[in-house]
Design a protein around this ligand. Structure first.
Ligand SMILES: [Zn+2]
Length: 418
């Protein structure tokens, strides 16, 4: 590999970014709005500048690096991802995509590649869920979907999202200016770590994403009756926690009925949560995800039916309200073919797979066709310190992204992309 131009540079950039983490926090924590996030983005801007990109920060705090084309009016090719992490996260989720995009720009510029359309490299602000209860802040803003209500969301210390953006050097008053006008961007490609085990299990180096899962979340309230744990006979109880246990197992059955989706209860609050009191109230969040809209619709139906029946068998009242019903996002068939060709040029056969995790691409899909490329995650691990992708796997991803970008930037096989 030594001789190949630029080999290892994207991986080295990922490792440099990983040096900027929040002190005293687990793993490789660098959450949005932390001082370390802010300083790390000075490094991202420096890397973009070094690659020859002209860098600006927009009103939403997105870092955007541009390589010009002699056809400036042609819709831009956008390559991007994010550089914030979850608490206790790893070094690759998001960063791999930003580093790969910067490296692609670097290689194009070093070769003096003429561009049939502008190339933008974007580090979207705050993709991961934050203290304000919202994810994909920056990509929502460019899609025109970051609302006044979002900006007014309060964190635990009473600051609003607008306050946090302002303190971070963004300009929430001018958030509308961050929006990308229609026709300005033509295609979006995002390289990301898979965050699951399928590529590794199949022994395949690259995945072409078919769709990004839709997410349905419902809050379920189960109201029983608090009674003395020592004196109330088993047959006379209205135990909200036992009803919740049945709901959790029923949800597992909904998620396991075929391979099309997954279901989880990841949040549950119990009251009064006392060793000698029969539980009176449980609030839990049921979530399921699938890239198949029909699977989600059928899951909704089964969930509603189950909540109306299962708790009442224990004398417990069940009620539910939807927190979100986000539909799946389909990747562009044209861009899937393009990415498959690009992987094929490297002598590899990609795996077609859906994404169970959300990405900035979901927001950008309202603006232009989107495509995603996955590189493997060791042991399928992500959102944890163990997150790892080998240097040669990152390099393969960079080369595939580069080949795909090159086709779009050279006007396509028949010039149809321009
Ligand atoms: Zn990510």
């Amino acid at each position: 590999m030594a001789g190949e131009q630029g080999t290892g540079r994207a991986f080295a950039d990922i490792m440099r970014l990983a040096e900027q983490v929040e002190p005293g926090q687990p793993g490789w924590t660098r959450r949005v709005f932390s001082p370390e996030y802010r300083s790390s983005r000075a490094l991202v801007a420096e890397l973009m500048g070094g690659a020859g990109l002209t860098v600006t920060q927009d009103a939403a705090g997105n870092l955007i690096g541009k390589l010009p084309s002699d056809r400036p009016e042609a819709p831009a090719l956008v390559l991007g991802s994010h550089t914030d992490t979850v608490l206790g996260g790893g070094r690759f989720d998001g960063m791999a995509g930003v580093a790969a995009a910067i490296e692609v720009a670097r290689r194009l510029r070093e070769r003096g590649q003429p561009l049939a359309r502008p190339l933008w490299v974007v580090d979207f602000l705050g993709e991961e869920p934050n203290a304000f209860g919202i994810s994909c802040v920056g990509s929502r803003a460019v899609a025109g979907a970051l609302t006044r209500e979002h900006l007014g969301l309060e964190g635990p210390d009473g600051r609003t999202l607008a306050d946090a953006l302002g303190e971070h050097g963004a300009d929430p008053e001018r958030i509308a200016e961050a929006r990308w006008a229609s026709g300005v961007v033509g295609s979006y490609l995002e390289l990301h770590v898979e965050q699951g085990p399928r590529l590794e299990r199949a022994g395949v180096g690259l995945g072409v994403v078919t769709a990004i899962a839709g997410i349905h979340r419902a809050e379920i309230r189960l109201v029983g009756r608090a009674d003395h744990a020592g004196t109330t006979p088993m047959g006379q109880r209205r135990d909200a926690l036992l009803a919740a246990a049945e709901v959790c197992l029923a949800l597992e059955a909904i998620g396991s009925r075929d391979e099309s989706g997954v279901a989880t209860v990841g949040h549950l609050v119990l009251e009064p949560n006392s060793a000698n009191v029969v539980p009176e109230l449980v609030t839990l969040v049921a979530e399921y995800r699938s890239s198949d809209p029909n699977w989600l619709t059928e899951s909704d139906r089964q969930l509603v039916e189950m909540i109306s029946e299962a708790p009442s068998r224990r004398g417990v009242q069940g009620a539910m309200s939807w927190l979100s019903q986000e539909p799946p996002t389909a990747c562009s068939a044209d861009l899937m073919r393009l990415l498959t060709r690009a992987v094929g040029q490297l002598g590899e056969e990609p795996l077609a797979l859906s994404s169970g995790a959300g990405h900035d691409a979901v927001q950008i899909a309202s603006l232009c066709p989107v495509g995603m490329l996955f590189v493997p995650s060791r042991d399928g691990r992500s959102h944890c310190p163990e997150e790892w992708t080998e240097p040669d796997q990152v390099e393969l991803g960079v080369r595939a992204l580069e080949a795909a970008a090159l086709e779009l930037l050279s006007g396509g096989p028949n010039g149809e992309w321009a």
